[in-house]
Design a binder for this molecule. Structure first.
Ligand SMILES: C[S@@+](CC[C@H](N)C(=O)[O-])C[C@H]1O[C@@H](n2cnc3c(N)ncnc32)[C@H](O)[C@@H]1O
Length: 323
């Protein structure tokens, strides 16, 4: 049964049974000291508008309701530690934890996790490298995130090597044609774009992570029918991959805007909401997501059937193509 909990994750994690989750992927706030904020814009044709588009047409931008969450903790490790202890407890004996951080906190979290899982439990530090945004003129520009992998039992863990996707060789001319066409397996450095700003997968939730990164983890580190958990779920990227790959999911977030995005994005997986009334979600959030084509037709049908008259009247019958 897929479940989405609204609330602080610590008391919720404490209620989950020990040894019940095969894969935890989680992406806590990075302690940047800022509020993570995204203000979506919509443009409409207007001759007096502030933007110029295709063939010189003028458009006016409209700011839609923004989404944000605080990303600042006085003592980040004291915040993380009790949650990591619970995550270790709820993993099955062959389960794994993937903790997604950035360069600011990863070294401290590594020491903390070594203490919880044992140094032998540390399997990899995956570097997700991307190439987006401004460049510093004062130091090397930081363009990667860090994902720490810990196995509960380093001698016995789920690892479906044959499910690993193949990627192109950097210099295919240096290997045989056969090898070049088969591609190679990825290393611990993963080059992958951020969620494209106008792409189908974008939900508008700040810090949303790409499906391509999470899907790779789900396929290799869990089996169909397993239960996957993300206790800092945001837009529900882990849930989307779990549903795609025939796994069950448990998601937790304490931000109502995350709940609204997940209610829309994961509707076709028919999750049970705990502590949140998904049918009371903001119709504008549903509408924006539908316009971005983040949902398949089946999910749109679920939403159309499950939303009240006010929301229903606002929903487009066919979403517009934006990217
Ligand atoms: C970096 S975002 C996760 C983004 C997510 N990986 C995605 O792809 O959309 C971190 C999330 O943690 C949530 N959060 C922060 N503190 C929390 C807490 N104590 N309990 C539950 N959720 C929390 C925030 O609301 C935010 O949505």
């Amino acid at each position: 049964m897929n479940k989405i909990y609204f609330g602080d994750n610590l008391p919720i994690l404490r209620e989950l049974p020990a040894g019940s989750i095969q894969l935890v992927y989680t992406d806590p706030p990075f302690n940047t000291g800022k509020t993570q904020k995204r203000t979506p814009l919509r443009t409409v044709r207007d001759d007096a508008g502030d933007r110029t588009g295709y063939q010189g047409r003028r458009y006016r931008s409209i700011r839609l309701a923004g989404r944000d969450f605080a990303d600042s903790f006085d003592d980040y490790l004291a915040f993380l530690e009790p949650r990591l202890l619970e995550l270790h407890r709820i993993l099955t004996p062959d389960g794994s934890l993937f903790l997604h951080l950035d360069y600011r906190e990863v070294h401290y979290a590594k020491v903390l996790l070594d203490g919880i899982f044992g140094r032998d439990g540390f399997m990899n530090e995956i570097i997700w490298a991307y190439d987006y945004g401004g460049r510093s003129k004062k130091k090397w520009s930081a363009k990667h995130d860090n994902i720490l992998w810990y196995a509960k039992d380093p001698e016995n863990y789920i690892f479906n090597f044959e499910q690993m996707e193949r990627i192109p060789y950097m210099a295919p001319g240096l290997v045989s044609k056969e090898k070049a066409s088969r591609g190679k397996t990825p290393t611990d450095v993963w080059w992958h774009t951020i969620v494209p700003t106008n792409g189908r997968e974008k939900t508008g939730y700040p810090t949303q992570k790409p499906l391509g990164i999470i899907r790779r983890l789900v396929r290799v580190h869990s089996r169909p029918g397993d239960t996957l958990l993300d206790c800092f779920a945001g837009s529900g990227t882990l849930g989307a991959c779990a549903a795609e790959e025939g796994r069950e999911f448990i998601l937790i977030d304490n931000n109502p805007q995350a709940m609204e995005v997940m209610a829309c994005r994961l509707a076709s997986a028919r999750p049970e909401f705990i502590g949140f009334d998904a049918q009371m979600g903001d119709a504008s959030v549903l509408r924006m997501s539908l316009q971005r084509r983040v949902l398949p037709q089946s999910a749109r049908t679920v939403i159309n059937n499950s939303t009240e008259g006010r929301a229903k009247a606002d929903l487009p019958s066919e979403p517009a193509r934006t990217g």
